[in-house]
Ligand binder design. Structure first.
Ligand code: UD2
Length: 311
């Protein structure tokens, strides 16, 4: 599939993952339009050449303006913070659930949806495959799970659509001061500025960290398949884990960061966060066997490039 000349609409395109995706689409020759309400996004991240609709996906007029005549929609916009969803479930219902349903039901082109490992809740089996029980905890997980389930139950008369279940995504451009930020951006900022790192719990919790460039690659492959083959694509009405399958503990992460910044990083251990999941590790065999996708960036390389950018 050639992206050159395609009209692509990216919701949440000024966000962390959306801005990386938009830049990649642009470099492949696509005409990219993003919508973002800047609640977590930053227009400075959006590359020159991308058209911008500043607004919320809950605004039907702005949404249909962006969707008009497009060839593919990457739907990444969400209230991506678990605590924010808990604080305002009615608003997160509008953004994460209702607006997503509107996109799926009105789209005339493939929709690639950013689902989340949050839909699995506390794992009962590790590694987590796509067949793991869906037992989300909290509004964020439930809302993501509802859209994921809607996509997985689509038939052959619907618009082509797929759900990608992101594990812990990291990479350049995650603002460490934001409440949406992942632990790695916070740790690197602290380590680089000589501050101490706070670990919630004993640091033996595991996460499956996936680099944003591998996430973008997965989005493009699935999008290409839906564009080429429509509802006959193996991605249609299907969900895929986006992860490495190589979990690490936070204590291991700190060791890698310490060795890369060239000095011992001070760590303070505090009580574990309420609702924290102990272990998270995904299995991406389904995506790997369906498409030619492999996670290419090792955690060591990903951290090393983040550290060099922060210096
Ligand atoms: C991720 C997602 C969240 C949701 C959830 C579902 C991110 C940023 N968050 O939450 O949106 O999908 O998965 O399970 O991707 N920690 C520290 N010190 C810090 C910050 C965090 O010890 O300064 C710990 C935290 O308590 C947790 C781990 O690091 O045990 C990862 O935290 P996170 O916020 O990066 O991601 P997670 O997995 O809780």
């Amino acid at each position: 599939m050639e992206w050159a000349g395609k009209r692509v609409f990216v919701t949440g395109g000024a966000g962390f993952i959306g801005s990386h995706l938009s830049a990649q689409l642009l470099s492949l020759g696509a005409h990219v339009t993003v919508i973002d309400d800047l609640s977590a996004g930053d227009m400075e991240r959006v590359p020159n050449g991308v058209s911008i609709i500043e607004g919320c996906i809950t605004d039907s007029a702005s949404l249909s303006n962006g969707m008009q005549g497009c060839d593919a929609i990457f739907h990444l916009a969400a209230i991506a913070s678990v605590p924010l969803c808990e604080a305002d479930p009615a608003w997160s219902d509008k953004v994460n659930l209702q607006a997503s349903l509107e996109i799926i039901s009105t789209a005339n082109c493939p929709v690639i949806f950013a689902s989340s490992a949050a839909i699995y809740g506390e794992p009962v089996e590790i590694p987590i495959t796509e067949n793991h029980p869906i037992t989300p905890v909290g509004y964020y997980g439930h809302q993501k799970a509802a859209i994921d389930a809607t996509i997985c139950s689509l038939g052959s008369q619907s618009t082509p659509a797929s759900a990608l279940r992101f594990f812990n995504v990291y990479g350049a451009g995650q603002d460490p001061s934001s409440q949406y930020s992942g632990v790695l951006s916070i740790f690197i900022e602290r380590a680089s500025t000589g501050g101490h790192i706070t670990i919630f719990g004993d640091g033996e919790q595991t996460r499956d960290f996936i680099h944003v460039s591998d996430v973008v690659q997965a989005l493009l492959l699935v999008g290409s398949s839906l564009l080429d083959d429509g509802v006959s694509s193996p991605a249609h009405a299907s969900a895929f884990n986006i992860c490495t399958g190589s979990p690490v503990t936070l204590n291991e992460v700190v060791e890698v960061i310490s060795s890369q910044v060239g000095r011992e990083v001070t760590v303070a251990y505090e009580d574990g966060r309420d609702g924290d999941i102990k272990h998270s590790s995904g299995d991406s065999t389904k995506l790997q066997s369906t498409f030619d996708w492999r996670p290419e960036t090792s955690l060591t390389d990903g951290l090393s490039s983040l550290i060099s950018q922060s210096n």
